[in-house]
Design a protein around this ligand. Structure first.
Ligand code: GEK
Length: 243
């Protein structure tokens, strides 16, 4: 896969349109996500370790909103439970075409089924691990509870949900400080103020962050017995919810 640098928002755009996961994003996606999401690689590695521990024999691991399949491939290399399968789902055709090419070059043994669909529409069954790595934030807030309830119902006893999200904060000073720190992170990764500003406009009303408390409360409401943060870097966090 080409390791093209993300320069989508490097030049002034007169009217910035809403962000879409289309062909223009596919080639620059690996560069974009690792320069925009603090701790992305650490989270991807840990998803493999978590799947290695929690994947159960004869069960399914789901990677929902899989993009180019980074979490799927990390799980694929760490799962030792027998007769496991990974189902990776995304609704972006462009992303999945590139993922299929990447998958052909991968040497893992575990079966991977790639499904192009809306993650709100698919069935979740016989799951031991479900990964939502920076995906729930793109689902309309009003659909989140029913979607998470479906995941809970599809998990086997002892199953886990790994939920990584951009967070917002109730406290205004925290919100401002964490946002500034994230921008400083992006600047340190080589993004200009113009790029950061135009990307922020593109993601408005597309990426809707919530507080950790909101996630924890909702996950409890749908049935999860415990939800905790296992990783946080500024306003980006990853949680584990236990069935
Ligand atoms: C990673 N998990 O590299 N149905 C299916 N897919 C969706 C939907 C939906 N309703 N909404 C958004 N997506 C990946 C990174 S990126 C996060 C996930 C980011 C998909 C969308 O097409 C995109 O591929 C992904 O969710 C979000 O570990 O770019 O910030």
């Amino acid at each position: 896969m080409s390791k093209k640098q993300d320069s989508l928002y490097a030049s002034p755009i007169s009217s910035v349109s809403s962000f879409k996961f289309d062909e223009s994003v596919v080639n620059i996606f690996p560069d974009m996500i690792q320069r925009s999401v603090p701790g992305y690689h650490a989270i991807i590695s840990a998803i493999g370790l978590l799947a290695g521990r929690f994947a159960q024999e004869h069960s399914v691991c789901y990677d929902l909103g899989c993009s180019l399949g980074a979490a799927t491939l990390s799980m694929r290399h760490q799962i030792s439970a027998r007769h496991c399968k990974i189902i990776a789902v995304d609704n972006s055709e462009a992303m999945l075409e590139q993922f299929k090419t990447n998958l052909k070059k991968d040497k893992g043994n575990i079966e991977v089924e790639i499904v192009q669909d809306d993650i709100r529409q698919i069935a979740i069954e016989n799951a031991s691990v479900v990964v939502l790595n920076f995906t729930l934030q793109f689902i309309p807030v009003e659909d989140r509870q029913a979607f998470l309830s479906k995941i809970y119902q599809g998990l086997k006893p002892g199953g886990i949900l790994i939920l990584s999200e951009k967070l917002k904060f109730d406290d205004e000073r925290q919100q401002m400080m964490q946002t500034e720190l994230h921008h400083a992170f992006k600047k340190a990764q080589g993004y200009s103020d113009l790029e950061i500003g135009q990307k922020r406009i593109a993601l408005e009303n597309v990426l809707i962050p919530e507080t950790f408390k909101t996630h924890q409360q909702r996950l409890g409401d749908v049935g999860f017995s415990s939800t905790e943060v296992w990783f946080q870097y500024f306003n980006f966090a990853s949680m584990i919810a236990l069935k």
